[in-house]
Design a protein around this ligand. Structure first.
Ligand code: NAD
Length: 283
């Protein structure tokens, strides 16, 4: 029976470290603060925001919520981002995407100050991830995958790791973080031929396709570790991942559950980045 790599355990260890760091900042009169910018009321954004605000507040991080109508113009949004950039009491910025179609996302991304860009939206931070430069902020979800494997003592060096998904939010930056850990990385996508055969060769299979339960026992080899990044809703309206977990429990060595896996760690990484951004204002 596969070991369940529960996100809550990873989050607890991150929390322990952050509590100390938040208290050191507090002695210096600094309260870490994040600005969360949301356009409209998309249910997945609202749900992520609710969970994030609870976790961040529990850790002593202030959350300032900036909510706008989806009809906001690009210029108005940029003006607001510039005001937040120049507010010294705010250390990190989280902007929910995708943005409405009338807004050019590339024009907005470059406006977020790289030092406050805690979810790696600005291309400056993304370039640092690709360069292996740790001075910026990596996107929270890819970093959550690395932190989860690290916490459970699953080494990456020299391992055959297959990533399904090549988005700029998950697949591509995650592949770069894995490469930095000296894994041998194969990136798969919708045009990949022989996907099952490639996945079967993985010692660690990471699935970030955004398609409910597409990976089953026919994709997984005996003893593999499977990381499920997907967050989907199944035919019964229940939350599920990209992996049909029940079908691989007797084959895989370890698997991350959905819910309760990478998503849980992602908000802890967001908290860590906010605290780090606050620390960088004093060091
Ligand atoms: P995306 O739609 O931007 O990218 C999906 C990628 O998967 C694409 O590169 C595509 O080529 C590939 N893909 C899709 N179907 C495939 C298939 N059948 N075979 C092979 N490749 C396929 O999605 P994203 O933003 O990268 O997110 C991926 C998943 O991760 C989604 O379910 C999303 O909800 C989830 N997600 C979770 C967190 C978290 O905190 N756990 C954060 C961000 C995204």
């Amino acid at each position: 029976m596969a070991l369940l790599l529960k996100g809550i355990e990873v989050s607890k260890s991150i929390k322990k470290d952050l509590e100390k760091r938040v208290s050191v900042l507090s002695e210096k009169g600094i309260k870490p603060c994040i600005a969360i910018i949301r356009l409209g009321d998309r249910p997945d954004d609202v749900s992520y925001e609710k969970n994030a605000v609870k976790k961040l507040t529990d850790l002593g991080i202030e959350c300032k919520l900036f909510r706008f109508e989806t009809v906001i113009t690009q210029d108005e949004l940029i003006t607001n981002i510039r005001v937040i950039n120049s507010d010294a009491s705010i250390h990190g910025i989280l902007l929910f995407r995708p943005l409405p179609r009338h807004i050019n996302e590339d024009a907005v991304k470059i406006e977020i100050s790289p030092g406050k860009d805690i979810d790696c939206i600005n291309p400056v931070n993304l370039a640092k991830v690709f360069a292996g430069d740790e001075s910026g902020f990596a996107p929270c979800t890819p970093e959550a995958v690395i932190k989860t494997l690290e916490y459970y003592g699953i080494p990456l060096e020299g391992k055959n790791v297959v990533v399904i998904g090549r988005s700029l939010v998950v697949g591509k930056p995650l592949s770069m973080l894995l490469l930095k850990e000296n894994a041998t990385v194969t990136i798969c996508h919708t045009r990949t031929r022989n996907l099952k055969e490639i996945c079967k060769k993985a010692e660690i299979l990471i699935v970030a396709a955004g398609k409910a339960k597409i990976v089953d026992d026919t994709y997984v080899s005996q003893g593999a570790t499977v990381v499920d990044v997907g967050i989907n809703v199944d035919e019964d309206g229940k939350l599920c991942g990209d992996v049909d977990t029940d079908k691989i429990l007797d084959i895989a060595e370890a698997v991350t559950p959905v819910p309760g896996g990478i998503g849980t760690v992602t908000t802890s990484v967001l908290a860590e980045h906010t605290v780090r951004a606050a620390e960088q204002t004093v060091s």
